[in-house]
Design a protein around this ligand. Structure first.
Ligand SMILES: *Cc1c(COP(=O)(O)O)cnc(C)c1O
Length: 785
């Protein structure tokens, strides 16, 4: 890219878009102008990539969530021009960090599932895989979170306030979507997904709902102004906001509308392109297109495809069903019962009656097949797609889909052996494992340029950014003092940077020389932030009793949003903040312990937290976390895992060695064995230090503002059976923390543990994951411009 040309383009854009000269431009104006100027440089490659992919078989990722985060820094890295642009801006007296920081995160997802789709987009482009992402362009992403008086407060996230320079609205590719009560437009906004080290640029297509008619002129003329815009609002409501998945009754109808708009628009888009090429629809449609369903949210795509093929393209139901069986595959993300989607058939009928008929027809044929194969009564019941007046989306996806995958080895095993056992017996050939991954571009190259430089220096080139397995070649330097010293001084530098950011954003001073123990993820009881909180409170009590207690100075950092309707999760946020308040303000402990709950944990905050961690806390109840990806980000940046043998932690420990991590607690088999005999009261009564911290919930130590929230948490443990086994795991947690403190004393041995985690994180690249999907599920070929 020509520097002088880029400068002229920025100046030109500032002039025509904002009517001023560059020296007067505000940060966001520079951000927009720079982004548009960069976009200009990749549009030709982007179009060529689209044409190239269209010549052969293509795959499509259907996802209701894409947790993209910021685009600018990532795109600069992918284009290979980050340093060049930084220098150019410097010459213009502009600090690139300030311009990056002005960008709002595109937070179009809740957590891990949405971040996975974002990593997959990046990896598919870099691995040159013909994959198109389809999703929804919510006007408001996941809520912004503040902490007031220790309580979580939510605020809307209008991420588009400065504009969205990286998306191109493709008006002419609009689709009309039919609901029983209204028709709306779905307008595509295309985001370029720029591959790293390749000219390929893939597409993420996000649909926005709009009215067919901007407003009703007659109503307006009759001075019925509210009425005139009512229909517009009703249409736009569909993609107005991302739902935090906290399944309250309200919002259900809108959520179902969202799902249908996503799949109907995307399927129509796929069929339209197929017909442009071949004229009509034949079974080749299924042979040339593969659709991956990211969880069950887009499962209505199956009946929508069949509906269109039967009603509009003149195929028979059998032909259409077999095309669907060829096209779709399904990824399972959780075994939590609350997440297994079921829709009342009355709701489906109300919005799209024909879709219900199609589902009923699939169900009917399926039952006939089962009967013919000798199944009866009870056995058939569990397979039914429609049961008790509800449509079971996972059953629909598994029955029709050609593959079903879990997201980590342990998770896939649990699906086969327990959760989906009956399905595994029926369709063993469909089950596959695809262990999740993360993109090395954002989660190392972008967020940790210092460590990236060191790796490049030691390995001699930057090939590792596209082939993360090359990190293994670092392992031979594990006894090289000079490399280890550099590695650890980078860690320290990242801790200083985080401390500065935390000071600015949370108003708390933390010491970069203390051990940074970090737990960042959505707030959920199964993730057990409460167990971590109990431990911290116990540690505080012990330090208070014995001021000479031999522990390193330690900072506990939490980052987590709680679903607005999830009362217990919000109570845990308050509890952590109460502990922080107590501990941080007690002068008698000499600042030995600090606790910080960072506000508004999101992708851009994760990019600052991951490189600064000394310990990665991954402490979910064994069997509950399907995979986790936060664990991989922290490992890649050189933090040992403190965790249970759950999800991908199992594979992390296998790769980097148990001796380089801190594993504690019950395993899946232990929990099965404990089963119904588990009595949390036994642990509570027999362990005074445990009793002391649990009692703190109800004995007046802390104030929950009169909400009764802390008493409810207490009841969840002692009255409702502690279903996530916090009390059973407390002692083991505590003993394992002691091992951390002991290990941390030996700086050199500690450095080796951290280093070996980075060296062995290669397998957790989402490049590896996406290649597995491409080869083993979609059967698509790599194609390079
Ligand atoms: C990676 C990531 C997650 C997923 O974290 P887990 O620890 O795997 O649950 C959630 N939110 C954000 C913002 C992330 O970047």
């Amino acid at each position: 890219m020509n520097k002088e040309e880029l400068k002229l383009s920025i100046e030109r854009t500032i002039k025509v878009k904002y009517g001023k000269t560059l020296d007067k431009a505000l940060d966001y104006e520079i951000f927009n102008a720079l982004s548009l100027s960069l976009l200009e440089n990749i549009v030709d490659d982007w179009n060529e990539t689209t044409e190239l992919y269209a010549k052969g078989k293509q795959a499509y990722y259907f996802s209701a969530e894409y947790l993209m985060g910021r685009a600018l820094g990532n795109n600069l890295i992918s284009m290979g021009v980050y340093d060049e642009v930084r220098e150019l801006l410097e010459e213009l007296n502009i600090n690139i960090n300030k311009i990056e920081e002005i960008e709002e995160d595109a937070g179009l997802g809740n957590g891990g599932l949405g971040r996975l789709s974002a990593c997959f987009m990046d990896s598919a482009a870099t691995m040159e895989i013909p994959l198109i992402g389809y999703g929804l362009r919510y006007n408001n992403g996941l809520f912004n979170q503040y902490v007031e008086d220790g309580f979580q407060v939510e605020d809307g996230d209008y991420w588009l306030k400065y504009g969205d320079p990286w998306s191109i609205r493709k008006e002419s590719e609009t689709q009309v979507i039919h609901f029983e009560d209204m028709d709306v437009k779905a307008v595509p906004y295309d985001m370029p997904i720029i591959g790293y080290g390749t000219r390929n640029v893939n597409t993420l297509r996000l649909w926005k709902a709009e009215p067919l008619k901007e407003f009703d002129f007659k109503l307006f003329n009759d001075q019925k102004y509210d009425e005139a815009i009512r229909l517009k609002n009703r249409a736009e409501d569909i993609t107005r906001v991302l739902y935090p998945n906290d399944s309250t009754e309200e919002g259900k109808l809108l959520r179902l509308k969202q799902q249908y708009l996503l799949v109907s628009a995307s399927i129509k888009d796929i069929i339209k392109k197929h017909k442009e090429k071949f004229g009509t629809v034949t079974k080749r449609l299924g042979e040339l297109n593969a659709v991956q369903l990211n969880d069950t949210h887009p499962t209505l795509g199956i009946p929508e495809l069949i509906r269109i093929l039967v009603d509009e393209e003149g195929l028979t139901f059998d032909e259409s069903l077999s095309i669907a069986k060829c096209m779709f595959s399904y990824t399972n993300h959780t075994i939590l019962a609350e997440a297994l989607e079921k829709w009342d058939i009355t709701l489906i009928k109300e919005l799209f009656p024909r879709i219900l008929e199609v589902i009923q027809e699939i169900d009917k044929r399926f039952i006939a097949e089962l009967k013919a194969a000798g199944y009866s009564g009870n056995a058939i019941k569990d397979y039914r797609i429609i049961y008790k007046k509800q449509a079971r989306m996972a059953n629909l996806a598994i029955h029709v889909g050609s593959a079903v995958n879990g997201v980590a080895k342990l998770h896939t095993d649990i699906l086969k052996e327990t959760e989906l056992k009956n399905w595994y017996e029926l369709y063993p050939e469909k089950f596959q494992n695809k262990t999740n991954g993360i993109t090395p571009r954002r989660w190392l190259r972008l967020c940790n340029p210092e460590l990236s430089s060191l790796i490049t220096e030691v390995l001699g080139n930057e090939d590792w950014v596209r082939d993360l397995s090359l990190l293994k070649n670092l392992e031979k330097y594990v006894n090289d003092k000079s490399v280890l010293n550099k590695f650890m001084s980078i860690k320290h530098k990242k801790k200083e940077q985080l401390a500065e950011y935390v000071k600015e954003n949370e108003g708390v001073t933390i010491d970069p020389d203390s051990l940074f123990d970090i737990q960042i993820k959505r707030l959920h009881e199964y993730k057990r932030q409460l167990l971590n909180a109990f431990y911290i409170l116990d540690l505080y009590y012990r330090v208070k009793e014995d001021s000479n207690m031999d522990i390193p100075k330690i900072t506990f950092l939490f980052g987590a949003k709680a679903f607005p309707g999830y009362k217990r999760a919000k109570a845990i946020v308050k509890f952590i903040n109460e502990i922080a308040n107590l501990v941080n303000n007690d002068k008698t402990i000499n600042g030995k312990i600090k606790v910080v709950f960072v506000q508004n944990y999101r992708v851009s905050y994760a990019e600052k937290l991951c490189p600064a961690a000394d310990i990665s806390k991954q402490i979910s109840t064994a069997g509950k976390e399907a995979s986790g990806t936060g664990n991989m980000k922290l490992m890649l940046n050189g933090a040992p895992t403190f965790g249970t043998l759950d999800g991908a932690n199992v594979e992390i420990v296998n790769e980097s060695g148990r001796e380089n991590n801190f594993i504690f607690g019950l395993e899946v088999e232990d929990i099965e064995e404990l089963g119904k005999n588990y009595n949390p009261k036994d642990y509570y009564e027999k362990n005074p230090s445990l009793k002391r911290v649990v009692d703190a919930l109800v004995d007046g130590t802390f104030d929950d503002g009169g909400s009764g929230d802390f008493e409810d948490l207490f009841d969840s443990l002692l009255e409702e059976g502690d279903q996530y086994y916090l009390l059973a795991d407390f002692q083991s947690f505590k003993e394992t923390e002691d091992k951390v403190f002991e290990a941390y004393k030996d700086k050199e041995e500690w450095a080796k543990k951290c280093f070996l985690n980075t060296c062995n994180a290669g397998i957790f690249s989402s490049d590896r994951t996406i290649l597995e999907y491409a080869r083993e599920i979609w059967m698509v070929e790599r194609k390079s411009l």
